[in-house]
Design a protein around this ligand. Sequence first.
Ligand code: DCT
Ligand code: MG
Length: 363
Amino acid sequence: VLHISWFTESMSAGRPVSVEIRHYIQRSCAHPSAKPESAVSPYACQRRTTLDNHNKIFTDALEVLAENLELCGNQGPSLAFRRAASMLKSLPAALRRLEETQHLPCLGEHSRAIIEVQHEPRPSLSVSTHISSHLSCSAPAEALINTLSHRFLFYEDISKPVSRTEASALKIIVEEAVICVNPSATVSITGGFRRGKEFGHDVDFIIKTPEAGQEDVILPAVIKRFKSQNILLYSDLQESTFDLRKLPTHCFEAMDHFSKCFLIIKLKREQETDARAGKDWRAVRVDLVAPPLERFTYALLGWTGSTLFLRDLRRFARLERGKLLDNHALYDKATNTFLPAKTEEDIFAHLGLEYIEPWQRNA
Ligand code: DCT
Ligand code: MG
């Protein structure tokens, strides 16, 4: 039953069955008893991380810690916990004993302590008790959120997760507007939904325009159209600052320079769930990016994420291959050349990496 539901899930996410079967066999072979644990790579881009998380009790705890540390401004330790959680998400089975973590990468002494506590029979010590003892400050997350909610008009709506159904409805709206402005342009979903997630905090789209220069005019026109349809609640348009002559850029964690916009869109509800307020729509966060055609593949890879997967892909490129990767290009420092890529597979191949499908990038 589990196997069938797994395949059904994969198929409903639009993934080819042949690929899924191959992947399934790969996963089964990768069971700890068949493969030594030391085979787990410290780089997320060398691991296949699906949404099948067998170690949720550990990763949830580690991510709560990471989030709190981030709120306190402790980026370094926060990243260490995120890396630990990410590595555990890629394991093909649940950890049964602490000893199993011995050969696993990305686990520092603190992460191991969290795993140890989570292994203890409950309710001897709850994870929250233990977590609070690890927090270097009592992050006023709730207070912060409350303050923001007073300032942010659509806070209640946009703090609710966006479903895949809502994302599909938005794709139709975005596609309609884009095609109306430029009939030869195409729209693809990126971000978490491209990785197969059922829910997200926003919906990310990438627009492909076949004619040079079109990428700079399409977003203002799309925004104008949303305005005229009375579905635009907020927009922040960032015009392109992309300059080919400035590549390769060396600030790789920074935002890319493509034309992009951050929007809040009114989405009609199927049923009027908020009848009390007489409101038949909800506000949804939508991000659109429109790179030049010859930058499309790098932008698609970057905007598909996950953030941690991409961070490790760039780190791997730099440290292991002497190459610089960002949302604009892949640059080989040894030959001082840019490496061309028509598909995402080309980028992985340039880096000497096995191809990782979008739904295996949930690191
Ligand atoms: N990204 C990027 N450059 C930016 C902003 C984002 O390369 N300037 C990447 C990081 C992941 C991806 O784009 C989408 O970003 P998010 O929406 O923040 O992440 P997500 O994985 O889609 O998460 P969620 O499902 O919660 O939306
Ligand atoms: Mg997203």
